[in-house]
Write a protein of this length. Structure first.
Ligand SMILES: Nc1ncnc2c1ncn2[C@@H]1O[C@H](COP(=O)(O)OP(=O)(O)O)[C@@H](O)[C@H]1O
Ligand SMILES: Nc1ncnc2c1ncn2[C@@H]1O[C@H](COP(=O)(O)OP(=O)(O)O)[C@@H](O)[C@H]1O
Ligand SMILES: [Mg+2]
Ligand SMILES: [Mg+2]
Lengths: 265, 253
């Protein structure tokens, strides 16, 4: 067992009324597994991801429960402890690569960032070697050229590959991909999904893949968690979810996958 | 005229500013990007025509040219509709954030050309009717865009376009930024409005599944060139190019 989330509750206090955005969430993630979380916007997927990545802010909110990563409790761990995990054992890739990349820093600098933090023993030539390797690993042509570019000089799909390269540079055990393809063309979405599949196969990276689109989740994940309004309403193997969906909500998500038929109006 | 739109041998160029500087202001061949290349097609009145291609292939440029927002072009564009309208991809930046929904929707009614101006009560009545038509609660009139979800905003954008009384709408990736569940709702809405109001729609997307649901005919564009066009069923069954096959594969067909 790589990750175990027990009775996770997340509540916001920055409005008049407290708002519970994640409600008693439980999940388990085995080593080498690709698990999907699906649900509509606002269902609490990103908050769950942020909690696991240790990125929730600490003011204006209350968290309960536990997040065990290889048995170590992270939800209420000290910042110093969390920092040892972030980018090192657990990495996260977000939907919009343009806002998570620093616009005034070259790609190489950003890809090497986690190495500077977690592998201070490496010298700059070794960092360079690993950055080039990471860029090549995410199937970017001419990594030496990309290394010297700025984020705005790349397309959306290339930027997302760079984000994955930065996330993978310390070879984390867990990669969280929070809607990594939502802003991209369907052709690029497919390439990113295939890339994640390959990283999982070759590097045995465990992946938590978050999306509102069940058709992508089906391509990638062996098991699926369905979330609605902060609650896990259904969970099962991809087969089960697609062949015997129990909840009306799950059926709606399945039906929303665009099909080759004209809707009846 | 049976055709609402005829485009022949349309070519659009953008001056590439980076290289203009490098060339000290002299226009060389490299300083101009040839974005649309000899684009020709017609659109019948009442048709839903799809335009498919990857980011950067020139879809929005074509839409702007048709709407007269692209002054620099060669070729011929004949649009037989006085007040064409467009709905954009990003529902978050297309509505004026400082105005209430009611004000935004009344705007096209304030500038009624010809005929007499509508009274406030008439405007509100029209707006309420349109809100219901696009499936929104009339109480939303009193809300600001920031209080609406992406799908609600896209409904407002569609309502604004239709309140102008147009018969021609360009929908430029109207669902690409939305959840799949909301995408399905907006597609249904557009189809319903198309049926009820007989508007012609140029529907732009990068997803062939969504295009199949919406469109009668489709054009496949790559690097500013229309590779093929025809009935949706024909093209999906017998794609003429590898590129169309790639798009079909990506759409999981
Ligand atoms: N700062 C905040 N204060 C209060 N509620 C918030 C805040 N940030 C997010 N939320 C709410 O948390 C819920 C879950 O959000 P999120 O996890 O981002 O959903 P998802 O990723 O599934 O779209 C939403 O209803 C959202 O409005
Ligand atoms: N105002 C502009 N000035 C210069 N180049 C532009 C401008 N708008 C678009 N382009 C370029 O024209 C090409 C086509 O863009 P666009 O029509 O927006 O494509 P699409 O809508 O298919 O994604 C792209 O290479 C883009 O960078
Ligand atoms: Mg999210
Ligand atoms: Mg565009």
């Amino acid at each position: 067992m790589l990750l175990e989330v027990n009775n996770l509750n997340i509540e916001f206090y920055d409005h008049d009324l407290p708002e519970r955005v994640v409600n008693d969430l439980n999940m388990k993630l085995d080593e080498g597994e690709i698990l999907g979380i699906v649900g509509e916007s606002g269902s609490g997927k990103s908050m769950t991801a942020m909690a696991i990545a240790g990125l929730l802010k600490r003011h204006d909110m209350k968290t309960e429960g536990e997040i065990l990563f290889e048995g170590e409790e992270l939800l209420h761990a000290k910042r110093d402890t969390l920092r040892q995990y972030q980018g090192n054992e657990i990495s996260i890739v977000f939907q919009e690569p343009m806002t998570s990349l620093n616009p005034v820093k070259r790609i190489g600098w950003q890809v090497e960032e986690s190495l500077r933090i977690h592998r201070p023993d490496l010298d700059s030539s070794e960092r360079y070697r690993r950055a080039i390797e990471a860029l090549r690993d995410v199937e970017l042509d001419q990594p030496e050229l990309i290394y010297k570019k700025y984020p705005h000089e790349l397309s959306g799909g290339m930027r997302q590959r760079v984000m994955i390269a930065s996330a993978m540079i310390c070879e984390p055990k867990l990669l969280i991909a929070d809607e990594p393809t939502t802003a991209l063309d369907v052709t690029i979405q497919l390439q990113i999904v295939k890339l994640l599949q390959r990283l999982n196969r070759e590097k045995h990276t465990t992946i938590l893949f978050i999306s509102h689109d069940l058709s992508l989740v089906r391509r990638l994940c062996s098991r699926i968690i369905v979330m609605q309004n902060g609650i896990v309403v259904e969970t099962g193997t991809t087969e089960d979810i697609f062949h015997n969906p129990v909840q009306e909500y799950t059926r709606m998500l399945i039906n929303a996958i665009p099909k080759l038929e004209k809707p009846v109006i | 005229m049976e055709n609402i739109l005829e485009v022949s041998n349309l070519n659009v160029y953008y001056a590439n500013q980076g290289s203009l500087l490098k060339n000290f202001g002299r226009r060389t061949d490299q300083s101009v990007q040839h974005v649309l290349k000899d684009v020709s097609f017609v659109m019948k009145r009442g048709e839903v025509l799809g335009l498919v291609g990857e980011s950067g292939c020139g879809k929005t440029t074509l839409a702007k040219a048709i709407l007269g927002m692209q002054k620099q072009y060669d070729g011929k564009i004949q649009l037989d509709c006085p007040n064409p309208q467009m709905v954009f991809q990003d529902p978050y930046s297309s509505l004026n954030p400082s105005k209430k929904i009611g004000w935004i929707l009344e705007e096209p009614l304030r500038m009624k050309k010809g005929g007499e101006r509508l009274t406030k009560e008439d405007r509100v009545r029209c707006v309420d009717k349109m809100l219901e038509r696009v499936g929104l609660d009339t109480r939303l009139r009193e809300h600001y865009p920031s209080e609406l979800s992406g799908g609600q905003r896209q409904r407002v954008a569609i309502a604004t376009a239709l309140l102008c009384g147009t018969t021609f709408l360009i929908a430029d990736e109207p669902v690409s930024a939305l959840d799949v569940t909301v995408q399905a709702q907006i597609i249904r809405l557009l189809l319903k409005l198309h049926k009820e109001m007989d508007i012609s729609i140029l529907f732009i997307s990068h997803d062939l599944r969504v295009v199949y649901q919406m469109c009668d005919r489709v054009m496949i564009m790559k690097n500013g060139v229309i590779l093929e066009q025809g009935q949706v069923d024909d093209i999906y069954r017998n794609p003429a190019t590898d590129y169309t096959r790639l798009l079909l594969d990506a759409a999981n067909l």
